[in-house]
Design a protein around this ligand. Structure first.
Ligand SMILES: *Cc1c(COP(=O)(O)O)cnc(C)c1O
Length: 372
């Protein structure tokens, strides 16, 4: 063990950092960002507001980001149809930071968090690096479904302090059966139940949101982000809705002034232009559905998706296909599930590039009896 490793907290020894490749290739479909740039009208509005504020950067930002919380409440009322008091909303530099605040406040030594793998890789990373025990719950190995019965049984065995549900789920793409959420609140009576809805805006019509359950469930938290549907991954703004008492607990662990003045402004102005920013959502969903249809026609096995990406199986050797796509200028994600890759739905042109590359690769790369 090196000298530094000896200094390091024991539970961090041997860990590798989160590291989706950031490569300079033509077609980047590996981190579920939007392929569409921020529209000019939003760029102009943000620039004008920032120009007025820059001389005021000698002062700390509004620690309570009051105007931004009001803008988030307005957005959820119009888009999701659920009304919140700004006191029920919280934000951070990406939803990863609000997830970190949750684990800081509600996890810790002697405490256990339960998630259902495969799900978002940052849930266990945030949990374990904060000294909380992580239990890898399971989904159906073939379909990646999580049934109420299985979720309840696993929660009963673990009796967790924190539960992470991800719906629509990354990396598999589909929304959870809605009944799992309330069943989990019953089956894990000591737990804070977190539903990560990073992809909610892309869900297929009729998919309910856990936001609608918050009024009746004080142990429920719903996290969302502006990184995906809002085409604002670089703006770093994630948020959550929960009971005011939970928000008070998060104030104990956040660093003072964690949201910079420019961050608050960019997000607030973007929310004022929500309709315009969300205009690309339908186009992205169309490309997602096209990927599912065309990969099926190629003989591969895509998972039905409520998100802006598709997980597909049927590959003989996923890392080899990942490399062959990269050699062809298309970057996708190897999420570590055997025989599967994940691809983000981009512009129609990017989708065409990906599908053309796949149809060239399929004969040699497909899993068959001879090529298992
Ligand atoms: C992309 C993603 C996030 C978003 O992270 P940010 O920090 O808001 O950029 C959160 N949860 C899931 C499941 C995601 O896939």
């Amino acid at each position: 063990m090196s000298e530094i490793e000896q200094l390091l907290r024991p539970e961090l020894r041997g860990r590798t950092p989160y590291g989706a490749p950031q490569l300079d290739v033509d077609v980047r479909l590996n981190t579920n960002e939007s392929s569409y740039p921020v529209p000019d009208a939003v760029v102009r509005a943000v620039s004008a507001e920032l120009a007025d504020e820059l001389s005021g950067l000698n002062r700390y930002p509004d620690r309570e980001f009051t105007a931004l919380r009001t803008a988030l409440a307005d957005y959820l009322a119009t888009q999701a149809g659920v009304s919140f008091d700004p006191e029920q909303l919280w934000a951070g530099n990406g939803s990863n930071e609000v997830l970190q605040h949750l684990v800081q406040a509600f996890g810790g030594p002697e405490r256990t968090a339960l998630g259902f793998t495969p799900a978002y890789s940052m849930h266990p990373i945030i949990t374990e690096t904060l000294g909380t025990r992580w239990v890898d719950g399971q989904r159906d190995a073939q379909t990646f479904d999580l049934t109420v019965e299985s979720a309840v049984e696993q929660a009963g065995e673990v009796d967790p302090n924190l539960v992470f549900l991800c719906s629509p789920n990354n990396p598999t793409g589909s929304a959870l059966p809605f009944e799992v959420i309330e069943a989990m609140l019953d089956a894990a009576p000591r737990a804070l139940v977190v539903v990560d809805e990073a992809y909610a805006e892309f869900a297929r019509p009729g998919t309910p949101t856990a936001l609608s359950l918050l009024a009746d469930h004080p142990r429920l938290v719903v996290t969302r982000t502006m990184s995906k549907a809002f085409t604002l991954a670089g703006g770093r703004l994630g948020y959550l809705a929960a009971a005011p008492g939970i928000i008070d607990a998060l104030r104990l662990v956040r660093l003072p002034y964690h949201l910079s003045t420019p961050t608050q402004t960019v997000a607030r102005i973007a929310l004022e232009h929500a309709d315009l920013l969300l205009e690309t959502v339908e186009a992205i969903k169309a490309q997602r559905d096209r990927i599912v249809a065309e990969l099926t026609a190629l003989g591969l096995a895509p998972v039905p998706s409520d998100a802006n990406f598709v997980l597909f199986g049927g590959l003989a050797d996923a890392p080899a296909t990942w490399q062959a796509l990269l050699d062809d200028g298309v970057l996708v994600r190897d999420v570590g599930i055997a025989h599967h890759l994940r691809v983000t739905a981009g512009t129609p042109q990017e989708t065409s590039r990906f599908l053309a590359a796949m149809s060239r690769l399929v004969p040699a790369h497909m899993m068959t009896k001879e090529n298992p």
